[in-house]
Design a protein around this ligand. Structure first.
Ligand SMILES: [Zn+2]
Length: 141
């Protein structure tokens, strides 16, 4: 669950009220009332990066699980078929144990980069400074 503040456009992983804007209720990004705020490029990039990171975590978890299960199944063949071929099964089990999570990690990196950058380039330092200046002038007015 990802929430945004409709006033300052900060993102939160939960909660009901913004920590900076007193009394402003947070909106869930799935809520229709948050749709007008989601058109802001900086916020879109932040949210896409969050969802990319969460998807990458799930991918890494699944690859660790599948690598462990796959290596057990391959090692089982080595136990059942002793002899010269057993080493090849154990080698394949070791490769599955290490290779599948590494592939999941690399896939997660690709996913984060793909989701984080797919809607335009990330904001530069100058963009963030200009955004902070605009917020300060808004709060003074
Ligand atoms: Zn706020």
């Amino acid at each position: 669950m990802l929430k945004i503040c409709p006033r300052c456009h900060r993102t939160f992983s939960g909660g009901r009220l913004c920590l900076d804007c007193e009394g402003v209720a947070l909106l869930d990004v799935a809520d229709r009332r948050s749709q007008p705020h989601l058109r802001q490029a900086e916020l879109q990039h932040t949210i896409n990066t969050y969802y990319g990171a969460r998807s990458a975590m799930l991918l890494l978890f699944a690859s660790i699980l599948l690598g462990g299960i796959g290596s057990l199944l391959l090692a089982r063949h080595g136990v059942v078929e002793p002899g010269r071929e057993a080493w090849s099964w154990f080698l394949a089990a070791g490769l599955a144990l290490v290779g599948t999570p590494v592939a999941g990690l690399l896939g997660g990196v690709w996913l984060v980069r793909r989701l984080g950058v797919c809607r335009g380039s990330p904001p530069t330092l100058d963009d963030l400074r200009a955004s902070l200046r605009a917020r300060k002038t808004d709060s003074r007015a």
